[in-house]
Design a protein around this ligand. Sequence first.
Ligand code: HPA
Length: 276
Amino acid sequence: MTHEPHPLDHPADPFEVARTAASDIARLTGVERHDVAVTLGSGWGRAAELIGETVATIPATEVTGFSRPALEGHVGTLRSVTTPDGRHVLVIGARTHYYEGHGVRRVVHSVRTAAATGAKQMILTNGAGGIKESWSPGQPVLISDQINLTGDSPLEGATFIDMTDLYSARLREVAREVDASLDEGVYCQFRGPQYETPAEVQMAKAIGGHIVGMSTALEAIAARQAGMEVLGFSLITNLAAGISPTPLSHAEVIEAGKAAEARISQLLADVIGRIR
Ligand code: HPA
């Protein structure tokens, strides 16, 4: 079997590929530059229509470097949405997960592309497991910081980048203006795709984690590298393994996402409406 090389395969320059992707987006949407970008994880999918008017929806596969979605429930489209006050929001419904095994360049390509479209803020959303016992499934929380347990990084070579205040305190404040009850926690990214063992969840808790998931941390690093302000939301779809007395199932995760979707999508749209 022959394999077509992927545009992001070595020795390509991933930033150059992101610039090509950004010009694909400009051509296909007719929107030259975007102000804000948001990645919609499980449960957050209805936000696009609440943010404003959709100018264009394009299949991610038409944009250089994007892969086909691996999972049902992850929409493989990019949308350009204009807010009522005229800002352009790039809505990314096509996430490549680290566990797909295509390498970290493809995982963060959407974030680098968002930066290349001009986006100054990157909003990352996901569905994740909750460690805090006060949390319940269906609850959205803010990400305050992260622990990257993948053992990998989107940074190549001696690229030393400060990770203090990775998740913008300013943007978290904006989110709390919309919903003062939003709690926050530290997001731990595991490689997956298996859910964590109860022992791994206890480890995450012991090292300061409150949320366990399989996306976002690598993307946040790439967003910081690109100089974007980062805001992160997790929908707690389930209590993490061993915190919950019952075993986890993917169906349960999808179900919790669906049940919370309308409410959290509105929250996200309202926050985007307030970002300046
Ligand atoms: N762990 C990791 N990823 C997840 C979980 C979880 O409990 N729930 C949804 N995504």
